[in-house]
Every structure is written in C-alpha cells, then in structure tokens.
Ligand binder design. Structure first.
Ligand code: GLA
Length: 369
C-alpha cells in the first residue's frame, strides 16, 4: 500500500531517518558523557502531506491501527503512534507552529532488535513536519525536541544519543557526541578488512518499564552523593568508589566512568587507523555492562562469547539493555565462522535462531523526495 491508497491523494514529500548502532559509550549519554554511534542503512520512512483541518493522521504499513488526533496531549496517544504524535506536540511546545498532516510510516528496521526504531520514527516525522511547515530548526535542537517527545509524551526517560545519531550521522563515520555541550564531530569508520556484524539476539526489550529508569536514577543518586553535577565529572574513580558505600552505586559509577574513557580510546584508535585494536575495548565494555551495570541478558552474553571464540576481534551488547542486539567486529574472512558459532550455540540451548545483519555506516536523516 502506498500513500495514495491510504489517503486518496498525492504526498508532498518523503523523509527518511535511519536506526543506529552505538559503537561504544553505553548509558553515558544521560550522565553528560560521550557516545560514539553510527547510523545504519535501515530506517523509517515518513511520506506526508499537510492538511488544513489541523488533524494529525498517522498510519503505518506495518500496523493496522490508524491514529487521528488534533493537538494531542501526553497520554492521549499510545503505542507506536505516540512517538510520532509526541514530536508534533514537542515542536508546538518549543514554539513552532506545526499544523495538521497525513503521514504514512514504513520501516525496514528489524522489530525489537534494539536499533532505535523509536528515535528513527521521531526524527523522520520531525523532519517531515518541519519541512512541510517551513520551520527551520537546527538538527541538534531537533534532536532535543524528539528526545522531549520520548521523555514527556511517551514516558521513556532516554538520553540524547539515539535522536542525535539519526539526525547527525554521516556516511562512513561514527558520531562522537559530547552529551553535555551538544558538540559533535565525525570520526572516520574505515572498516577495511572487517565488518561490523549485528547479531539480533531475538530477546525483545521493553525500555518503558523499570530497568532503564532505575539505572538512570542510580547514576543521578551516585553523582549527588559525590557532589558532582553528573558522573561525567568524576575524575578520580578510585577516590569516588571510596566515597560511595552502596555497592550497587559503586558498580554503576565504575561502568559509566570507564565507558567514557573507552569512548575516547576508541576514537583515538579509529583516528589512528587501528580499527582492529578497537575490538578489545568493545569486549571490555560488554563485561562492564554485564557485571557492573547489570543490563546484559543471557543471549547477549553467549553471542559475545561465541563470536569472540570464533574469531571476532571483540563484541558487545548495544543500546539500553535487557534485549536487542550485539555488535561484533569481525575480520571479513571470519564472518561465516562467527555466524555459524553463534547459531550453533543458540540451537544447543533451544533458543530462537539469531538474525544477522551487516551494519554499514550510513547517512543520517534526509528528505528523499
Ligand atoms: C537507549 C536510550 C539512549 C541511551 C541508551 C544506552 O537507547 O534511548 O538514550 O541511554 O539506551 O546507552
């Protein structure tokens, strides 16, 4: 089905926003730290046209339910459409005059793989509405508006990484983002001889429930006890760990501080053209997420272990945790072995077979036509 069949008229344009893989820097964004995501080739397309009755009508090729709302408030739209309606709301809250629109959403991002389909949806719709109504919003600002939609309309206390990745990434690069200043730079991701293999562990995650929010709350508590604005500001980790009595807060702090350093180390290695050396840091990040931040899941741990055993230079879970994907840095000539080893290990445990996808560092959100 295309836009004409759904709405009986022609669209005014097509906008596309990609999903992302985060190379490293996990749960560092809301701690004012550093992240290093890149956009993938898969994403979300919004085909849209203005309407003069002020109504926002949302349909999706993948889902039967349609949503019609005029000026929806938080809580009035649920499910996938909340991410789209939330952006219209957040744009208006930021003082931009967006009117009604008919929007058709289409996605080629694998469902539940943790490649940030929600941010891609927000960014595709956000770009479409801005273009349709001639609103000029700098992209870092649009990322914050999309994040506000997710925080205050959907109710998921995410940081700024996913929306920034979808809007700011460029082909062949990872995005180094300082989540405090909002400043970013493009880091060349030259993968000659390697591939970044996404292993979808088929364990789905639901970030709107407690695990993500409780990690965020623990980090904020630790920063407060340490007397710093955010864990980003911890300079002497050993001293900080002595101040914190609660072993859980110590573990959370240890992860955030060390992962921030790992981002910087990976950026240095990439700029030096030493992509192979990045692998060990990916695995170190995974162990930290598993043991210190405690957000890994069995399918991810097995995928990391088997991928490395079969020749990957390193691997880690990506995203919020509790489900989704693992990324592995695989020498091109080990690709088959890695896929086979992970598939066999899942079969041994009677788990659903993993899905594989090669992540290609791709352009950020743009107007297609
Ligand atoms: C989710 C959130 C991001 C970030 C990651 C963890 O993807 O949306 O803001 O916090 O988890 O790094």
């Amino acid at each position: 089905m295309d836009f004409r069949e759904f709405y009986g008229r022609d669209p005014e344009g097509v906008w596309r926003a990609p999903g992302r893989v985060n190379l490293i820097g996990e749960h560092t964004d809301y701690n004012d730290g550093f992240v290093l995501p890149f956009a993938v080739a898969q994403g979300i397309t919004a085909t849209a046209a203005r309407r003069d009755d002020g109504v926002l009508e949302l349909r999706s090729v993948q889902s039967p339910d349609a949503v019609r709302a005029s000026d929806p408030r938080p809580g009035e739209v649920t499910g996938w459409a909340a991410y789209a309606a939330g952006v219209a709301w957040a744009l208006r809250e930021a003082g931009h005059e967006v009117g009604g629109a008919s929007v058709l959403i289409d996605s080629d991002l694998p469902q539940g793989a943790g490649l940030s389909s929600s941010a891609a949806l927000e960014c595709a719709v956000g770009l479409a509405l801005c273009d349709l109504y001639g609103i000029e919003v700098p992209r870092p600002e649009l990322a914050r508006i999309a994040q506000r939609a997710e925080n205050d309309f959907v109710g998921m206390p995410c940081g700024i990484m996913d929306q920034s990745a979808s809007l700011l990434c460029t082909e062949g690069h990872a995005l180094l983002l300082d989540c405090r200043s909002g400043l970013s730079s493009q880091v060349p991701l030259d993968l000659t001889g390697f591939s970044l293999l996404v292993i979808d562990t088929r364990a789905e995650h639901e970030l709107v429930d407690g695990g993500y929010a409780s990690r965020r709350a623990a980090c904020e508590k630790a920063a407060e006890l340490l007397g710093v604005p955010a864990l980003r500001d911890v300079e002497d980790l050993a001293a900080a760990l002595k101040v914190l009595d609660d072993p859980v807060l110590r573990r959370r702090t240890q992860h955030v501080v060390t992962d921030n350093h790992r981002v910087q180390a990976v950026v240095g290695l990439l700029r030096a053209g030493a992509v192979a050396e990045v692998g060990a840091l990916l695995t170190a990040s995974h162990l930290s997420l598993r043991d210190q931040f405690e957000i890994s899941w069995p399918e991810a741990d097995v995928a990391v272990e088997e991928a490395v055993r079969a020749g990957a230079r390193g691997a880690r879970m990506v995203g919020g945790g509790f489900g989704g994907s693992v990324i592995a840095l695989v020498p091109t000539d080990r690709d088959e072995q890695v896929r086979e080893a992970v598939t066999a290990a899942y079969a041994d445990r009677s788990w659903e077979a993993p899905r594989f996808l090669e992540a290609i560092p791709s352009p950020g959100a743009h107007r297609v036509s």
